[in-house]
Unconditional design. Structure first.
Length: 223
């Protein structure tokens, strides 16, 4: 297809497509003349993913380029690609340290976790109880730790066991999320859909909880 058709199919303006080509986010098409090229379906899918990463997840052009490069290295591994796109896995792994430096850093981090981040132990206990396979770099793990720490600092008796019913519901939600990817095997399309369903649905899921709480309150306490 020509660039005009690529723009129409992907919903991305031609000027933006040319910018992505210059920045290396989008691979060049097959040259048909000095100033013309033809593009494939893979360009459509990649453009849609780029649009989601920049417009929905809010990544910069540079961060998107790095993420797409990392995803290309794991293109055959859907689990890795989804982890990268959703931010559950880092684009670049930490540099390996020498044995002594690593041991020293490990001890320092361990002491810091015990002294400053008691919620980390709770988060680990929750993950172990659920039997979840989660990257040690997952940002959501720190969110759980910080939330539990804040609740305790405010005098609320709340630990990881209190989150188990919510974790069970989240597990069912995650299964439903990934069920919606089963009708395509293209990794770029799966990644784009997973990103949209995750980021764009989160406010709606929170709103559903609020509505359900209001309904439950009316049933229990309403006149």
């Amino acid at each position: 297809m020509r660039i005009s058709e690529l723009s129409r199919r992907s919903g991305v303006p031609i000027t933006t497509i040319k910018h992505y080509l210059r920045e290396g986010l989008l691979p060049p098409g097959r040259a048909t003349a000095a100033t013309q090229a033809e593009y494939e379906e893979s360009h459509v899918r990649r453009l849609r993913l780029i649009r989601a990463l920049i417009g929905v997840r809010g990544l910069s052009v540079n961060a998107t380029r790095e993420l797409l490069s990392a995803a290309s290295e794991h293109e055959a591994d859907t689990h890795q690609v989804l982890g990268l796109v959703l931010g559950a896995r880092p684009v670049t792994e930490p540099e390996p340290e020498s044995e002594s430096a690593s041991a020293s850093a490990s001890e320092s981090e361990s002491e810091s976790d015990e002294d400053d981040r008691p919620g980390i132990a709770d988060a680990d206990a929750l993950l172990t109880e659920m039997g979840w396979q989660v990257s040690e770099h997952a940002p959501a793990k720190s969110v759980i730790a910080e939330t539990l720490e804040t609740l305790r600092s405010l005098g609320v008796d709340y630990d990881w066991r209190s989150l188990l019913p919510y974790a069970t519901l989240a597990e069912r939600t995650a299964a439903h999320d990934l069920d919606q990817l089963d009708d395509t095997t293209d990794p770029l399309e799966q990644a784009e859909r997973a990103l949209l369903l995750t980021v764009l649905l989160e406010p709606a899921l929170l709103a559903l909880r609020r509505l359900a709480q209001e309904d439950e309150s009316a049933k229990r306490y309403g006149g």
